[in-house]
Design a protein around this ligand. Structure first.
Ligand SMILES: [Zn+2]
Length: 285
C-alpha cells in the first residue's frame, strides 16, 4: 500500500511533469474510480483545465488547476498515477485516462479499485469535496517534535503503534514507517502511548522524520506493487530494520525480530532493543 513517502515521491514526479499541461479529453473506464462529482460532470468539467501545481496532504495527492479548480487523488491499496509519453503503451488496470494537449496522457491505474479521483470545481475547496482532509492531523515532515508527540499522546492508553497510525493525530506515517521509527527510537510498539517519556518521544520525533526522508530519497518502498509517477519501483525495502524481517536477526543485537498484530496491523520489533519497560536511565526532563 502506498504510504507517505511513496505518495510524496509520486507528487514530486507529477510536479516535474504536469504544470502547464492542458487537459484535452477525459475517459473514465471504471465509474467507481470517481469520487466526485458524477462521472459525466467529471469528464465534462475537467476537460479544458490547465495543471498548475501538485502538493501532498497526508496520503492525498492534490493538484491545483487553473480557475481555482482542483483534482485530488487517493491511491489507496493499489492506485498509480502515471504520466505516459507513449500513449499506445497498453495498461492493464487503466481506470481513468486524462489526455493532455501536448500528446501525453495522465493515467490512473488501479488493480483493486479502492483508489479515487475527485474533481473540485471553482469556488469549492479540497476540504469541501473531501471532508476527511479537514480531519487530518499534523504533517510529520513539516511539524514534528517530542513536545508535539507528548501533547498528541497525552492520556492515551492505546499502544503507541496505534497512535502513530491514527490519521487524525499524524497524517500518513503508515505501517512500515511506524515500525521502523519505533525500532530506531528503541520504543516497544505495544507501550501505551501516554506513558512514553518525553526524552523517548524526542528521539522518536527525530527518527520519524529521518525514516520518512530516507524512504523518499530511495523513491518509496517496493513492499507493494507501488511504482512512482514514472513507473519506477522504489528500493527502500532492502534498507528496512524490522519491517518484513520476522525471524531474521536484529541488525543491532542479532536477536530474532518478532511480529505481533496490533489493532489488526502486523507490527515488527526487536524485544531486546525495544523493551516493554523503558530502561531506568531514561529520565524525563
Ligand atoms: Zn535488537
Amino acid at each position: 500500500m502506498p504510504e507517505l513517502p511513496e505518495v510524496e515521491t509520486v507528487c514530486r514526479g507529477l510536479q516535474l511533469q504536469l504544470p502547464g499541461a492542458m487537459v484535452s479529453e477525459v475517459e473514465v473506464l471504471r465509474d467507481d474510480s470517481i469520487g466526485y462529482p458524477s462521472v459525466e460532470e467529471f469528464i465534462d468539467e475537467l476537460a479544458g483545465h490547465r495543471f498548475e501545481s501538485v502538493v501532498r496532504r497526508g496520503k492525498y495527492i492534490l493538484i491545483n488547476l487553473d480557475r481555482g479548480a482542483g483534482l485530488a487523488c487517493h491511491l489507496r491499496m493499489s492506485g498509480r498515477l502515471i504520466v505516459m509519453k507513449d500513449t499506445k503503451q497498453p495498461s492493464r488496470f487503466l481506470r481513468v485516462r486524462i489526455g493532455l494537449k501536448d500528446g501525453r496522457e495522465l493515467r490512473f491505474e488501479d488493480m483493486r479499485v479502492f483508489g479515487r479521483l475527485w474533481y473540485v470545481p471553482p469556488g469549492k475547496t479540497f476540504v469541501d469535496v473531501i471532508p476527511t482532509l479537514g480531519e487530518l492531523g499534523v504533517e510529520p515532515l513539516d511539524e514534528m517534535s517530542g513536545g508535539l508527540l507528548e501533547s498528541l499522546f497525552e492520556g492515551k492508553k492505546q499502544p503507541i503503534k496505534t497512535a502513530l497510525l491514527d490519521q487524525r493525530l499524524i497524517a500518513g506515517i503508515g505501517n512500515i514507517y511506524a515500525d521502523e521509527s519505533l525500532y530506531q527510537a528503541g520504543i516497544n510498539p505495544l507501550r501505551p502511548a501516554g506513558t512514553v517519556k518525553k526524552i523517548e518521544l524526542d528521539k522518536l520525533a527525530g527518527e520519524i522524520q529521518k525514516v520518512l526522508k530516507r524512504a523518499i530519497k530511495h523513491r518509496g518502498s517496493t513492499l507493494s506493487d507501488y511504482t512512482d509517477s514514472e513507473g519506477v519501483n522504489g528500493n527502500y525495502q532492502n534498507k528496512a530494520g524490522v519491517y518484513g524481517r520476522e525471524g531474521l536477526d536484529c541488525r543491532t543485537c542479532k536477536s530474532a525480530i518478532e511480529r505481533v498484530k496490533i489493532s489488526g496491523r502486523s507490527s515488527h520489533f526487536c524485544l531486546k532493543c525495544q523493551p516493554l519497560k523503558p530502561a531506568r536511565k531514561l529520565k524525563s526532563r
